[in-house]
Design a protein around this ligand. Sequence first.
Ligand code: ZN
Length: 155
Amino acid sequence: MENIENSTSTTNKSTTQTFTIPTEFNAALHAKCPKCRRGDIFANSMYGFKAQKMHIYCPHCEFKFEREPGYFYVSMFVSYAFNVAQMITIAVATYILTGNLENVWLYLVTIFIGVFLLAPFNYRYSRVVLLYWLSPGLHYDPAKSKDDPYKYSEG
Ligand SMILES: [Zn+2]
């Protein structure tokens, strides 16, 4: 008598998570939803011919990014802080690279070009910073990053 043990026919549905949850920094870097770290906040890429479009709801957990009307006006202050830091950096870099202290236009032009090129970056990351680090009560929720977030939804 042979007792054939069929170990491969287990019908248990795998409940293991196939998705590795990124660290907070990596999730922010890739502009992922702060709630589940899976869904994209933005619908398109940072640099492209079209203006950046934000998802209204997270495509994964349906978290509403604009928590209240006008929520992203606050991100203008973050963007402003980014701009100031970038202008100073560009000015210092221009000085280090050229050693020029006479030509004001050199500084105005390089700062203008730099700020222009960094505008899409600032637009995106001012919102990401606001959602990740300046929103009280908004934290990562491991239940939301499950493959089926609605099953575990607390409402
Ligand atoms: Zn989400």
